[in-house]
Design a protein around this ligand. Structure first.
Ligand SMILES: C[S@@+](CC[C@H](N)C(=O)[O-])C[C@H]1O[C@@H](n2cnc3c(N)ncnc32)[C@H](O)[C@@H]1O
Ligand code: SF4
Ligand code: SF4
Length: 306
C-alpha cells in the first residue's frame, strides 16, 4: 500500500513536471514549425498551405459537458446556430479561393449530426480537391443517417468517422452508440477511428487574466491547441479563430476587447495576407481569457455532465 502511494506520488509529480514539460516542448516546436513552413511556402510560392481547420457546423449538442473544450454548453439558446448548406458552401468557397491546400478538416460542433444539412456539408467538403482529409467528429449519441453514410462512402480514401469515446464515463454508457456506428462504418468500408476512452483536461470557467504581450505570446506558443476553429457569427458571416473556445467567446459577447486580429472573416474580400498574418500572430486576446497551462495538469473523466 505504502509502495503504491510512493509510485502514485512519483507518477503525479512526473506528469505535472518533467513529462508535462517534454510533451509541451514537442507541441511548442510542432506549432512553431508549422507556422514557419506556412511563411516559407508563402514567400517562395505566394500560396497559402493551411494545415488544419475545425468547423463548428452547429452549436447544438446532445450533451452538456462540464469541461467542453469549445465551451459549447455555455452558449445561450438565443446565441445558438446551425449553418445551412448554402451558408457553409459560401464560407468554404471564400476560404478555398485563397489557399492552395488544406491538409485536414474536422467537421464537428456541438454534435455535427444534429445539423440537418450535415450530409450535404460532408459531401461538399470531400469533393474539394484542395482538401486532403476530412474527419467527422461525433460524440456517438446520434446514429449516422443513410445520407451521411452515402456521402462518406463516396470518398473512402479521404473520409474518416472520428468517434470521441466517452465510455470511461459510466453515466453515459446507455446513450453511446459506439458499437452501432463502428459496425455501420465497417459494413460500408468507411474508415472509423475509435480510440480508447481517455481522460480530459479540465477547463476552468472563462476569466480575464492580466498578461502583457510577451506573457500572452508565451501562453499561446505553449498551447496544445494546434487547431484553428471556424464559427458562424451572429451577423450571418463566419470567421476563423485560434481555437473553438476563442470563437465561442465572441458568440457569448465576452471580452469587448476581442480584436479583429483574433480572427479572419470568410467573405468575398478575404485576402491571402489576412490568412497568413492570422497564422503568424501569437498575441490573441482570447488567450487572456484562458488558463489552459494550469488546467492541463489534473485530468478528469471525459464528458462529465453539468
Ligand atoms: C468540442 S468536441 C465537438 C465534437 C463532438 N461534440 C464530440 O464531443 O466529439 C471536439 C473534440 O474535443 C474533445 N474535447 C472536448 N473537451 C475536451 C477536454 N476538456 N479535454 C480533452 N478533449 C476534449 C472531444 O472529446 C472531441 O473529440
Ligand atoms: S465536448 Fe461535449 S458538450 Fe462539447 S461539443 Fe462535444 S459532446 Fe457537446
Ligand atoms: S484561447 Fe488561446 S491559449 Fe486558450 S486554448 Fe485557445 S488558443 Fe490556446
Amino acid at each position: 500500500m505504502f509502495v503504491k502511494q510512493i509510485i502514485n506520488s512519483l507518477y503525479t509529480n512526473l506528469k505535472g513536471g518533467i513529462l508535462f514539460k517534454i510533451s509541451h516542448s514537442f507541441i511548442y516546436w510542432a506549432h512553431h514549425l508549422s507556422r514557419m513552413q506556412m511563411k516559407f511556402l508563402y514567400t517562395l510560392t505566394a500560396n497559402i498551405y493551411m494545415l488544419y481547420l475545425e468547423i463548428v457546423t452547429t452549436t447544438r449538442c446532445t450533451l452538456k459537458c462540464k469541461h467542453c473544450i469549445g465551451d459549447i454548453p455555455e452558449i445561450k439558446a438565443n446565441e445558438q446556430y446551425s449553418m445551412s448548406f448554402e451558408e457553409y458552401k459560401n464560407y468554404l468557397d471564400n476560404l478555398l479561393k485563397n489557399i492552395k491546400r488544406l491538409r485536414l478538416v474536422r467537421i464537428l460542433g456541438g454534435e455535427p449530426l444534429l445539423n440537418k444539412d450535415i450530409d450535404k456539408i460532408i459531401e461538399y467538403t470531400l469533393k474539394q480537391t484542395k482538401i486532403k482529409q476530412v474527419y467527422l467528429v461525433t460524440n456517438a449519441t446520434v446514429m449516422l443517417s443513410d445520407s451521411v453514410v452515402s456521402a462518406l462512402k463516396k470518398y473512402p480514401k479521404k473520409s474518416t468517422v472520428d468517434i470521441s469515446n466517452y465510455s470511461a464515463n459510466k453515466d453515459l454508457l446507455s446513450r453511446l452508440k459506439i458499437k452501432e456506428i463502428v459496425e455501420i462504418c465497417n459494413r460500408n468500408n468507411i474508415t472509423v477511428n475509435c480510440p480508447e476512452s481517455y481522460l480530459w483536461n479540465p477547463v476552468s470557467p472563462v476569466k480575464y487574466h492580466e498578461r502583457n504581450t510577451e506573457e500572452n505570446r508565451r501562453y499561446y506558443r505553449n498551447c496544445a491547441s494546434l487547431c484553428v476553429g471556424m464559427h458562424k457569427l451572429p451577423d450571418g458571416s463566419a470567421a476563423v479563430f485560434p481555437c473553438l473556445r476563442a470563437g465561442t467567446l465572441l458568440l457569448r459577447k465576452i471580452g469587448n476587447q476581442i480584436e479583429k486580429k483574433d480572427y479572419f472573416i470568410l467573405n468575398n474580400n478575404l485576402q491571402k495576407e489576412e490568412i497568413l498574418n492570422f497564422h503568424l500572430n501569437e498575441d490573441f486576446d482570447a488567450c487572456r481569457y484562458c488558463n489552459f497551462l494550469k488546467d492541463k495538469r489534473k485530468q478528469v473523466i471525459p464528458a462529465i455532465q453539468k
